[in-house]
Ligand binder design. Structure first.
Ligand SMILES: Nc1ncnc2c1ncn2[C@@H]1O[C@H](COP(=O)(O)OP(=O)(O)OP(=O)(O)O)[C@@H](O)[C@H]1O
Ligand SMILES: [Mg+2]
Length: 341
């Protein structure tokens, strides 16, 4: 089954055709991130306008690159309906509805956060080793959630951040340390990896790690980073290293604790921060120690991509309540537990 998906939740315009939820035929993604560098953050109206400029060229390029004559060979359409910026979501949902009407094929509404999980299945030759129940850690720019995945589309919420998302904390501290003013998380991480004079002590707290729950808090870490920076005692790479170590210790510690408690053998990561090298290495090592199989999406499916929206649609549509086209509407405030939006 071929699904054509559209993702426009924030500043990426992405279209993808995925076969049977696992095989990528084509994905075209453009980003307006360079516009947001100037303002040091997304201005929603600027992002929405750019979505509107980019959506038709992205659809067009997706069809041309796919080798298909047109979209009549597509079985279903899928689209991100939330969470995200309302103006950006409206562009993608409107385009997807038009295609669904034109080609008379069903449209599947997808929660972007559920989408992140399905990045693990695409172009992964080992996807059949993903067994349920599994523990899922979603770590992105806007979300940090830990859930128990009992089956495709069946989730139990375990915990999440009480304040900043992990990616948001990376970005705020990156800006403080003088990296990019917009999405500096990856830059901060590269600097941390280059640190040659590590302090090797826990400069920053491991917030909530010893609590008997699956919640997170990263806003204190931001303040602690600021205080340490103001002291002028530590180098930027030392601070980057200590910050990253603190975030990764907490993410890995809580995820492994959940995997042990719920006796699962599989751990899945998703979201932009799951591209983080230290997080990948540390959770993989800990997973080995506790006999858990750990999966991460390919790097191209960590950030926003329509590929995993098509994947999520494929694996969940059978359980999804049927919806009329007019009832498929953007919802910026969906949570990970709104599995069938
Ligand atoms: N290597 C890395 N290390 C740490 N953080 C990273 C890395 N690469 C990307 N990020 C962070 O990932 C985030 C972007 O991820 P993503 O695109 O999934 O988030 P989003 O779309 O803003 O939020 P959401 O998906 O929750 O709506 C940014 O905060 C970015 O700094
Ligand atoms: Mg996203």
């Amino acid at each position: 089954m071929k699904i054509f998906a559209i993702e426009t939740s924030c500043d990426e315009t992405s279209c993808s055709i995925i076969e049977d939820g696992i095989k990528e035929i084509v994905t075209i993604t453009t980003s307006s991130a360079n516009l947001h560098l100037k303002t040091g953050g997304v201005v929603p109206e600027v992002a929405a306008r750019k979505q509107s400029d980019s959506i038709l060229p992205a659809i067009d390029e997706c069809i041309k690159t796919s080798g298909l004559d047109d979209l009549s060979q597509i079985d279903k359409f899928a689209v991100t309906v939330g969470p995200g910026l309302i103006g950006s979501l409206v562009v993608g949902v409107s385009a997807a509805k038009s295609l669904s009407l034109l080609y008379q094929k069903p449209l599947i509404p997808v929660n972007h956060l559920i989408g992140h999980i399905y990045g693990n299945f695409i172009n992964n030759e080992h996807y059949k080793e993903i067994k349920f129940p599994a523990i899922v850690l979603i770590v992105s720019g806007g979300h940090t959630d830990l859930v128990l995945m009992k089956d495709h589309g069946v989730f139990e919420y375990l915990g999440g951040t009480l304040d900043d998302a992990a990616g948001e904390a990376f970005d705020k501290v990156a800006r403080l340390l003088g990296f990019s003013r917009y999405l500096g998380g990856a830059e901060l991480s590269r600097c941390a990896a280059s640190c040659t004079d590590k302090l090797n002590y826990n400069l920053f707290p491991r917030a909530m790690l010893d609590r008997d729950n699956y919640d997170f808090s990263f806003s204190g870490l931001k303040t602690a980073s600021l205080r340490a920076y103001e002291k002028n005692t530590f180098s930027v790479s030392q601070l980057a290293y200590e910050f990253e170590a603190s975030v990764v210790d907490v993410l890995v510690g809580k995820t492994i604790k959940a995997a042990q408690k719920y006796k699962v053998g599989t751990i899945l990561l998703g979201g932009g921060v799951s591209a983080n090298k230290k997080l990948r290495e540390q959770i993989f090592e800990e997973g080995k120690r506790y006999n858990k199989k750990v999966f991460f999406p390919n790097l191209s499916y960590c950030g926003d991509s329509a590929a995993y929206i098509a994947g999520a649609a494929y694996f969940t549509y059978k359980k999804m309540p049927k919806k009329q086209l007019q009832d498929i509407i953007p919802d910026p405030s969906l949570t990970i537990m709104d599995v069938y939006p």
